[in-house]
Design a protein around this ligand. Structure first.
Ligand code: GLA
Length: 392
């Protein structure tokens, strides 16, 4: 029997309905975790640098209840068939694959951290689009983590959740990502961007009052196919790590803008020099953006966003034609700044626009896409929302 809800049903109701239909029982609770966009600070997290993401109003909801027998069953509206696994599967990365690997990965990470994870039944529904670079993976990891911590009464302070969820993704799923996504999804706060120092994990909630400034963030889903994204991401990371080793620092975070020229002079290939220049200048752009936001100068951050995009396009080489087209069209239509957000090779662009101009900018991007024969983009305007939470 399909557990799918009618179109238009709110995500939390879809998770509850899925749980009831699949398991014939009431869930003990529901836990919601958002997707994220990154305002600025791209490919800086795994270089021990700075990022400034915020959580989205789009959420993934997990309805769950403890189950006897110490096994886990998880159903998702993406896939009618539930996946069931036990401790042996959870303890061996790779045994569970596909979307359910994010769930098994969390069980694995908790067990590896010494927790007695309760067996559970889970039902997952999500408004975070998969494969758009809005961190649907961090959202499911974080919602499942919150559910299992609550159901098991586990002693795990929320400050440790991002690292644990990241470990699920790195070591169980096998994606060598940094700590930004899980941090944004877990620690995000409505009306704020999260300024995170990825070395110390210190955070500061930076007021990001778009409404008050008469502004909006328009998110454009480029709908570009993610070509070779995983391999290219890993290659960028290796290149940064090699450069840090050559420079004798533990991470590129340790090179600042003042020391950039001297550092570049010690590297002997042009590609590596460009990669390093992106990371070093991007860290500075995050700091400059934070300074402007602290001063309430939201609109003035636009040029930093656009400079970040140019750096990703020319130095880090992680953009694609659909993405560059969206950025150029948004800027030509009057956006204060625009940039790709996320890992690259597709995904989303964000543009800082006057609230009243969001529709016109979205239309301009759609026109530019039509002219080039690209698949029509998706667009939505967003405000910073809160992080993972229990719904009841
Ligand atoms: C992906 C990763 C993050 C981060 C970004 C790039 O979203 O999951 O850890 O590295 O790419 O900034």
């Amino acid at each position: 029997m399909s557990a799918r809800s009618e179109p238009g049903t709110p995500v939390a109701d879809r998770a509850t309905a899925g749980f009831r239909q699949r398991y014939g029982a009431e869930p003990a609770g529901r836990w919601a975790a958002p997707g994220r966009v990154n305002l600025i600070g791209e490919h800086t997290d795994y270089n021990d640098g700075f990022v400034l993401p915020f959580a989205l109003p789009l959420r993934t909801v997990v309805a769950a209840a403890p189950a006897p027998g110490g096994r886990w069953t998880v159903w998702s509206e993406l896939d009618d068939e539930p996946v069931e696994f036990g401790p042996a599967d959870a303890d061996e990365p790779g045994r569970v694959d596909g979307w359910a690997a994010y769930v098994a990965g969390v069980v694995w990470a908790l067990r590896a951290d010494g927790h007695d994870v309760p067996g559970a039944r889970l039902a997952v529904a999500s408004d975070v689009p998969v494969g758009s670079g809005l961190s649907s993976s961090a959202a499911i990891e974080s919602a499942v983590l919150a559910a299992l911590v609550d159901l098991g009464g586990l002693d795990l302070p929320a400050g440790r959740w991002p690292r644990l969820a990241q470990r699920a993704e790195n070591d169980y799923v096998g994606a060598p990502t940094g700590i930004m996504d899980q941090s944004a999804v877990i620690r995000g706060r409505a009306g704020h961007a999260l300024f995170l120092d990825c070395r110390t994990e210190e955070i500061e909630q930076i007021p990001f009052d778009l409404d008050g400034a008469g502004l909006a963030v328009l998110v454009v889903d480029s709908r570009a196919p993610h070509r070779h994204a995983d391999g290219e991401y890993a290659a960028r990371r290796r290149s940064c790590e090699r450069a840090a080793a050559t420079l004798g620092v533990s991470a590129l975070r340790d090179v600042d803008v003042a020391g950039l020229d001297a550092a570049l002079a010690r590297l002997d290939d042009d590609e590596t020099r460009r990669r390093v220049r992106h990371v070093v200048t991007e860290n500075q752009r995050v700091l400059d953006t934070v300074a402007l936001l602290r001063a309430g100068r939201v609109r003035d951050t636009g040029p930093l966003l656009t400079a970040s995009h140019a750096s990703m396009r020319d130095d880090f080489e992680i953009t694609v034609p659909e993405i560059d087209t969206a950025v150029e069209a948004a800027l030509s239509a009057g956006a204060y700044g625009a940039r790709m957000t996320g890992g690259g090779f597709g995904g989303c662009v964000l543009a800082l626009v006057d609230a009243g101009a969001a529709d016109a900018v979205a239309a301009a991007v759609a026109d530019a896409y039509a002219e080039r024969g690209f698949t029509a983009p998706g667009t939505l305007t967003v405000l910073p929302a809160g992080g993972v939470t229990r719904l009841g």
